[in-house]
Design a protein around this ligand. Structure first.
Ligand SMILES: [Zn+2]
Length: 364
């Protein structure tokens, strides 16, 4: 996916105008309700309990971080894989309608879109707002902070025209937002979110940044370029169950059931299926043999979500690219893999819903 294609130009049409427009299909029915969310979809594959719980937690966190005094009325989200162009710009992966708590998005953009809907800004401070949408949407990012040298003020003042012409780097914006939060905390992000909501967002943002860091914009840029690490994991990545792979062997038995709170689904592109994730920390390089057994239609993937030289992706979303996939096993397979020290992800999946069991041996 190209960087430009990943997200939306923030569409701010009036909902009434949209619904009055010709050619619109009726909106999908609301099929799922959680504490923070009412969800309708345009596909047939079941939405598993873990995905509903994950989206609900994401909305709760976004609201608590960016709009703690706001309404606790649920957001209405239409998760659309095919019909999105009927409601958003053609190249968008999501959009929302100001003041309505209604958003439309592809699956992996829902959390990003809900950040916009929560901030609900008039929307011209693209660098900060898109960065915050990526950050609180849970997307990990790898970026070279030196790219921002001499550019911070330009980026903060990015015009609508420049934004529309693709002059915003989402990675750069996300990386800067991650760094501000890591350095100054959620309180700083709340101040920025409040500034975005004002009519005079760009000027307000600059004032707030200077106040938060007690530095000039030049000083902020210098500090960022000097101190920011290249990789920031996603905000919610640490929540995954984790297993350390020491010198010995691991025997893992995993049950998949779409009604289980830890089981995600559907798969990428709303394909029917389900998956459960385990983060694997490997403290020292080692060679490992993997042996898999399982019910028909099951598989295991070993993924390196933060490997250098590729775009990191949110490991809580079962939308796995070929990139980063080290191996895929089906029942009866055995393979040897060389693991560098680092963080890996084991994805236990099935290309259908209904109960399924998988056994994986991770041997020395
Ligand atoms: Zn966005």
């Amino acid at each position: 996916m190209s960087e430009l294609g990943r997200h939306h130009a923030p569409t701010r049409w009036a909902l009434a105008g949209l619904l009055a427009g010709s050619g619109c299909q009726p909106l999908p029915e609301i099929e799922h309700e959680t504490e923070h969310l009412r969800l309708g979809t345009d596909f047939d594959a079941p939405v598993c309990a873990g995905t509903l719980a994950m989206l609900d937690r994401a909305v709760g966190r976004i609201a608590a971080s960016l709009d703690p005094d706001g309404s606790d009325e649920p957001f209405v989200v239409y998760w659309l894989e095919d019909e999105l162009p009927d409601y958003c710009d053609d190249d968008a992966t999501g959009c929302f309608y100001p003041g309505t708590r209604i958003a439309f998005a592809q699956g992996d953009s829902i959390a990003h879109e809900l950040v916009h809907a929560t901030i609900d800004s008039p929307g011209h401070a693209y660098f900060v707002e898109e960065g915050m949408a990526e950050l609180y949407g849970g997307t990990p990012v790898r970026h070279d902070p030196r790219d921002l040298r001499g550019e911070l003020l330009t980026q903060l003042a990015l015009s609508r025209r420049d934004y529309d012409h693709g002059r915003l780097s989402y990675d750069q914006a996300a990386h800067f937002a991650h760094w501000v939060r890591e350095t100054e905390g959620d309180g700083a992000m709340l101040r920025l979110a409040a500034a975005l909501s004002g009519e005079d967002g760009e000027t307000e943002i600059l004032d707030q940044l200077e106040g938060i860091f007690d530095m000039t914009p030049w000083g902020i840029e210098q500090t960022y370029v000097r101190e920011a690490p290249r990789l920031f994991p996603g905000l919610y990545d640490a929540r995954l169950p984790t297993q350390r792979l020491e010198e010995g062997s691991l025997w893992l038995s995993v049950s998949l059931d779409c009604n289980d709170d830890e089981v995600l689904g559907p798969l990428r592109g709303a394909e029917e299926g389900m998956a459960r994730l385990l983060r694997l920390e490997v403290p020292r390089p080692r060679t490992t043999r993997l042996l898999m057994e399982g019910d028909p239609g099951t598989w295991v993937e070993l993924v390196a979500p933060y490997a250098p030289g590729q775009r990191p992706y949110p490991p809580w979303w079962p939308a796995f690219d070929q990139e980063g996939r080290m191996t895929r096993l089906e029942p009866g397979h055995r393979v040897s893999v060389m693991l560098e020290a680092g963080t890996y992800l084991l994805v236990f999946g099935a290309s259908r819903v209904g109960a399924a069991d998988i056994d994986l041996q991770v041997l020395r």
